[in-house]
Each structure stands twice: as structure tokens, then as C-alpha cells.
Design a protein around this ligand. Structure first.
Ligand code: SAM
Length: 326
């Protein structure tokens, strides 16, 4: 099985030339596996001792540590042993991609916030946010797919999360139900999941088509407006996907900027742009310019250690800002 021709052509256009070799290799070579120590678990660090006793060799991830998150990496060959060890099920660690950790780190929720996680299952980002908040404040976690909703609840329980309530709901409704409410909103949107492609795993690719990308984009346009409408004036929204498609990324941010006058893309912190595989969002696609503000969004290009990802941090102006009204 190889990658779809349309995808290959688009990826080749999008990926900066100097990052392409590592990126193409990442679709076929085994990937390192990352995890976090649970900041709410008193015995979390003992998981590292147990892993080393079992012959694993976790190494700390310096940039995550500098942001207060205890992230670790094990070599690809240790994936099975890491994911099947007792530590994977007893709440001391959470196995999560490094790119995925970036989203809560950039949104930076605090113990005083009421946070909305608009597409929450299986809960990796909800859990990291709850840890960053010291299990204080409030998180409302929304997930409309029943099986995934129950998995979300089980993961929150296992990790000892107590500041979160889960809602089996469609995220597109929340902005209307709870306008101007949340200090922070996480929208890790359902997407075409291009960064999950593995050249040797047909089921990671089968679902993909340009039609699927367009279908995801239609849903994302509605979700981002709902996310923004739920945000309290002065609050921040983190929009992210694990797709490379501009239709699901910069164009969704452009849609929000067009529809909501108060929305403003915030510049990313310098440390994240200093990561060797992170670049600004693109400025145009298929000969159509994108808003200049898209250069403040982030594209994480895949490597042996990190998955592809797109992130945009958006601020809601104090006036809120319904498009066209003062
Ligand atoms: N944030 C999660 C994490 O870090 O573990 C991963 C979220 S996943 C990328 C996207 C989620 O959005 C899926 O669980 C999917 O079922 C859910 N979803 C699909 N349609 C939705 C909708 N209309 N409203 C809210 N969530 C939706």
C-alpha cells in the first residue's frame, strides 16, 4: 500500500524542501513513542523506575520540560513494551504524541478558568489541561460519539481528573447554548487525520479522499464559529488538527476571521518556532492568498519523533465582535 497520489502531490507542495526527507520517511519508518507523567499522581515518577527495571530507556523531552510538562520519549523498538506495561493502565502516565501536547501548552489554561473542550475524546488534551489546572477550575468536555464519549470518561477516571464534566453533545450547538462563557476553548477538530497515515497500514489511509477533506472542512467551519461564540470576550481559542490540508487549517482560520470581526490570531511564543520541524502557516493555497494573520499559525512537520499537526491560537476581542455589527 502506498500513499494516495493526490495526497503525495499536495504534501510535496506544502512541506518545506528542507524538511521533506524526514517527513516522507516518517510515513513508513517506526516512530518513537512519547508519554507524560501524570502531574496529579503522587507516585508518577515511579513509573520511570519500573520502566528502567523492565529494560526501557525513556529520555526526557527538554522543550516540554521547559514548559512545565514532564514528557518522555522511548525508542520505536520499545513501543510494544511501553504501551503494554502496567504503567499504561494505572494512571501514572498518559501515552500521547508530542504534537498533541503542544495544544494545551499553548492554550495555557489556569486554575481560575472555565475551559470548554469542544471535541474531547479520547481525552488526551482534556487530561493535560486538567493537570495544568491542578484539577481546579472547570472543564466542560464535549463529545457526540457515544463509544468515544464513554472512553473519554474512562480515561478521565483512570487519570484522577475531577474538575471535568463530560457532555454527549454536538459541538456545533455549544456556542449558541453558552455564548460568551469560557475563558479558554480547545477545538481539536475532527479532521481527515492525514498525519496518521502509515504507508504499511491501509486502514490509516482508506478513509481519505479530497471529498473527505472538503466534508471535514464544512464541519470545521461550523465548529470554529461555535467555539469562538462560546468564548468569553478576552478569552483564547486553540484550534488544531492532525491534517496537512489548508482547507482544514488556514482556510478555517480565514473563515473565522471573515465571520467574526473581533477574532485575532495571536503570535506564537518564540520557543515553539525554535523547534526544528515547526514553521509558520502558509500564505496562499492554489493561487489564492490567505489572510496575513495565517503566518502567525503553526505547522508541525512530521519527524521520527513528532506527528504532523496544525495549531492556531485566537483571541476574542473585548467587544466580542459579531461580524458586521458594532
Ligand atoms: N481532543 C482529543 C484528544 O486529545 O484526545 C482528540 C479529538 S479527535 C481529533 C476529534 C473528536 O471530535 C473525535 O472524538 C470525534 O468523535 C469528535 N467529533 C466529531 N464530530 C463532532 C462534533 N460535531 N462536535 C464535537 N466533536 C465532534
Amino acid at each position: 500500500m502506498s500513499l494516495p497520489a493526490d495526497f503525495v502531490e499536495r504534501f510535496q507542495q506544502l512541506c518545506p524542501p528542507e524538511l521533506r526527507d524526514a517527513a516522507w520517511r516518517s510515513f513508513s519508518e517506526p516512530k518513537a513513542v512519547s508519554f507524560r507523567l501524570n502531574a496529579l499522581h503522587a507516585e508518577a515518577a515511579s513509573a520511570l523506575t519500573d520502566m528502567r527495571t523492565a529494560g526501557l530507556t525513556p529520555e526526557p523531552v527538554a522543550w516540554a520540560e521547559s514548559q512545565g510538562v514532564q514528557a518522555w520519549l522511548c525508542p520505536a523498538a520499545q513501543r510494544e513494551a511501553l504501551t503494554h506495561g502496567p504503567w499504561a493502565n494505572d494512571g501514572r502516565i498518559y501515552i500521547q504524541s508530542l504534537s498533541s501536547m503542544l495544544a494545551p501548552i499553548l492554550l495555557a489554561p489556569t486554575a481560575d478558568d472555565w475551559v470548554l473542550d469542544l471535541a474531547a475524546a479520547p481525552g488526551g488534551k482534556t487530561i493535560l489541561m486538567a493537570e495544568m489546572m491542578g484539577n481546579a477550575g472547570k472543564i466542560s468536555a464535549v463529545e457526540p460519539v457515544s463509544g468515544r464519549f464513554h472512553r473519554l470518561k474512562a480515561n478521565l477516571d483512570r487519570m484522577g481528573i475531577t474538575n471535568t464534566r463530560c457532555y454527549l453533545k454536538d459541538g456545533r450547538e455549544i456556542g449558541r447554548l453558552k455564548p460568551d462563557t469560557f475563558q479558554r476553548v480547545m477545538l481539536d477538530a475532527p479532521c481527515s487525520s492525514e498525519s496518521r497515515f502509515r504507508a504499511d497500514a491501509p486502514d490509516s489511509i482508506d478513509h481519505w479522499s479530497l471529498r473527505k477533506v472538503a466534508e471535514c472542512a464544512r464541519k470545521q467551519e461550523r465548529l470554529i464559529l461555535s467555539a469562538y461564540d462560546g468564548l468569553a470576550p478576552g478569552g483564547q481559542l486553540l484550534y488544531c488538527t492532525c491534517s496537512y490540508a489548508p482547507e482544514e487549517n488556514e482556510r478555517i482560520v480565514a473563515h473565522l476571521l471573515k465571520k467574526r470581526a473581533g477574532a485575532e490570531v495571536l503570535p506564537p511564543p518564540a520557543w515553539v518556532l525554535a523547534l526544528p520541524n515547526v514553521r509558520p502557516g502558509i500564505g496562499s493555497w492554489q493561487d489564492k492568498p490567505l489572510p496575513e494573520a495565517c503566518a502567525q499559525t503553526l505547522r508541525v512537520w512530521p519527524t521520527a519523533e513528532m506527528d504532523g499537526f496544525y495549531l492556531a491560537l485566537i483571541h476574542k476581542g473585548a467587544r466580542g465582535g459579531e461580524a458586521g455589527f458594532l
